[in-house]
Design a protein around this ligand. Sequence first.
Ligand code: NAD
Length: 386
Amino acid sequence: MMRRFSDIGVAVIGSGFIGTVHLEALRRLGLQVRGLLEVSPEHGARRAAELGLPRAYRSMEELLADERVEAVHVTSPNALHFPQVRQILAAGKHVVCEKPLATTSQESAELVRLARDAGVVNAVNFNIRFYPLNQHAAAMVASGDLGEVRLVTGHYFQDWLLLDTDWNWRLDPAEGGMLRAVGDIGSHWLDLMSVVGGSRIESVMADLATFVKVRQQPAGPVETFSTERATNTIPREMVTDDAATILLRFEGGARGALAVSQVSAGRKNSLQWEIDGSAAAAAWDSERPDELWLGRRERPNEILLRNPALMNAAGTAAASLPGGHVEGFADTFKALYRAVYADVAAGGPAERPIYPTFADGHDEMLVNDAIATSAREGRWIAVNRA
Ligand SMILES: NC(=O)c1ccc[n+]([C@@H]2O[C@H](COP(=O)([O-])OP(=O)(O)OC[C@H]3O[C@@H](n4cnc5c(N)ncnc54)[C@H](O)[C@@H]3O)[C@@H](O)[C@H]2O)c1
C-alpha cells in the first residue's frame, strides 16, 4: 500500500519569493513540512515564525541529521543549488531543486550522476509544465491532433528589471550564473516547448543583449520582485543578458523562434507559445492560463476553457478544480509535487517519471551552453549531448 503524504517529512531551503510557494503547495498536499533553512539562523527563526513552521534549522548539517526529513526542496539563489543538492544527495534524501539545476552543465551533469547513484527521487522545478492546459496540449500533440509539428514560436517577457535602479542577486553572475534572462525565464519556455512539442532542441542561433549597461546596486540585499528603491547604491557594470532572440531547430524537424526579456514594460510575467502543425495549431498565454486556443483551417477556431470534464487524461490529472474556477501559478506547484511525492511514497523514482527530473534540468543547461556559444560566435550551434 502506498504511504500517506502526511507520513512524509519535508524541509525547505530558502523562504523567499518561491520558497514560500513551495511551502504552501506542500501543505496543500498534506505533506509534513518539518522546518526550513535560511541564510542565517536568525533570519530562519524569523521566517519559521512568520510561516507557522515548527522549526528553523541552524545549519545544513542539522537539517540533514533530522531523520524524519525524507525530501528537501532547494529554493536558494542559483549558485547554491549545486553545493546544497550535492550534500542532500550524499545524505540519501530525495530532492526537488529550483531551476536552473546548477550554474554550469559540468555541475548539472554531476548532479544527474549522483542522484542516479543515490537512487532517490530527483526533480527540477519546471512548474510551468504543470498548468493543466500545457499537460493537455502535450498529450494532444503526442497523439497527433495537430499533425506534424512545424513551427514553435513565442516569448517570455517580464519588466521587473527594466530600470537601472532595479536590483536582484540574479544580476550578479557569481550568484545567478552567466546567462540571466535566458537562464532565469527562457529556460522555462525552452523546457516547456520540448515537452509540449514532443522533441528536444537540436541546435540554436542566439543573439543576447545587455541594454542596461550599468545598474545601481543597493548597499543591502533586495527581495525578488521588490519595488522598494534604495537610497545608498553602488554602480555595477552588467555582463549578463537583459534580453535574447533565439532561432531553434528541433530534433523532429520543427523550427522555432523565442524572444526573452526582463526589460519589457508592462509585461509582468508573460510566457506565450504557439505551435503550428500540419493539421491544426495551438497557443497558450501564462497570463490567461485557463484558456487554450486551438487554430483550425476548415472550421472555426476554439477556446478550450480548462475543464477536467473536457480535457484528456494528462490535463485532468494536473487539475484541482472544476471548470470556470480559475487555476494559476501556485496550483502548478501542487500538481507537480503530487506527481513527485507519489514516487517518494513509492520509495524511489518511477522508470519514466512524469515530472521534470535532474536529467531534464541538465538537458536545459546543455541548451543554454549552446545559446551562450552561439551568441559569442555568431553562428548556429548544435546542442552537445555527447
Ligand atoms: N519555478 C519558478 O517559477 C521560479 C520562480 C522564481 C524563482 N525560481 C528559482 O528559485 C530560486 C530562488 O529564487 P527567489 O526568486 O525565490 O529568490 P529570493 O531572493 O526571493 O529568495 C531566495 C531565498 O534564499 C535564501 N538564501 C540565501 N542564501 C541561502 C543559504 N545559504 N541557505 C539557505 N537559504 C539561503 C534567501 O535568504 C532568500 O530567502 C532561484 O534559483 C530561482 O531561479 C523559480
